[in-house]
Design a protein around this ligand. Structure first.
Ligand code: SF4
Length: 298
């Protein structure tokens, strides 16, 4: 069992669910993300839009909304995004291209808050939790931490219903329903909720601001077991310095591909895609999955 390898004499290990997700995606990605002190415009946008959402939901919770919800959201977006324009970390990129990108994100933000407004404010709701941290025991000396973005109560045909909601604010065009189904972030939120508030029926859902859809999703005991094992595996790797790096298709989309020393891109900006092709891909032959660098043996 994995747990046998956890050293219970060691201090308590607390791992954030985002760290587990980043490490599972790629250990090197996890390292670069945690070492990277730069803030790119995508990250800045994501932070700003989440701030707007949380500020709005707190106003809703404290009954402090003085104007219409969309006007309030637009005001908050203006405050967050225009304020960030003067951020010294990003002002260095003052090119025509940068101004164009900046304005593209401003417009994306307006579309996102309009979508948020129509998806969130179409029912009477009682906000319960906004952007609050949680912590659960996983095994031995390992604890998992994370945040609930928004939990509310609404009236449904079957009586009061509690909803745990996650906001998808980035354009991830490749995200499928199957990927949402396996998303550890939502699994962890539900697991933490079940462990904190026993025996309360809840609905887990994504608020996808780009597809403008409300997406309820389900989790089973098996999903919780996989979450625990993924967390323990990540703890084991972090504690023992294990980091297996493999180039594959995910590297195409990785924001660190130009910095990653395991790629040509990280060294001299060479043809990254050609390297991936040469180093091999995941092969799927019949019902057999082969993971490896097929070209190396040819
Ligand atoms: S480019 Fe690939 S190997 Fe490098 S950090 Fe990104 S995902 Fe990991």
């Amino acid at each position: 069992m994995q747990e046998d390898y956890l050293n219970i004499d060691k201090p308590i290990i607390k791992i954030d669910i985002q760290d587990v997700i980043d490490f599972c995606y790629c250990p090197y990605y996890y390292k670069l993300k945690n070492m990277d002190m730069q803030i790119n415009i995508q990250k800045l946008y994501d932070l700003a839009i989440h701030k707007v959402i949380y500020r709005y939901l707190r106003m809703l919770m404290d009954d402090k909304l003085n104007s219409s919800s969309i006007e309030t959201l637009k005001y908050l977006w203006g405050q967050e995004w225009i304020k960030e324009k003067t951020n010294s970390k990003i002002i260095v990129h003052t090119s025509a291209q940068w101004r164009g990108t900046y304005d593209t994100y401003r417009q994306m933000g307006i579309k996102a808050i309009e979508s948020f407004n129509s998806l969130i404010n179409n029912v009477e709701q009682t906000p319960i939790i906004v952007n609050k941290e949680w912590e659960v025991h996983i095994a031995s000396n390992v604890y998992l931490t994370g945040k609930w973005e928004y939990i509310r109560e609404i009236d449904s045909d079957n009586g009061p219903l509690i909803q745990i909601m996650h906001f998808v604010t980035q354009t991830n065009r490749s995200a499928t329903n199957a990927m949402f189904q396996k998303d550890l972030l939502a699994t962890a939120s539900l697991y933490a909720f079940n462990n904190t508030f026993n025996d309360i029926a809840v609905q887990l859902a994504y608020v996808d601001m780009y597809s403008k859809k409300f997406k309820p999703t389900l989790r089973t005991e098996r999903d919780f077991e996989l979450l625990k094992r993924s967390t323990i595996s990540t703890a084991l790797c972090l504690m023992n310095g294990i980091e297996c790096i493999s180039l594959d298709r995910k590297c195409y989309f990785c924001e660190y591909r130009d910095k990653c020393v395991s790629t040509i891109g990280g060294k001299n900006n060479g043809d990254f895609m050609e390297l991936i092709r040469k180093k091999g891909e995941t092969q799927h032959v019949g019902n057999e999955y082969k993971f490896g660098r097929q070209d190396d043996n040819q």
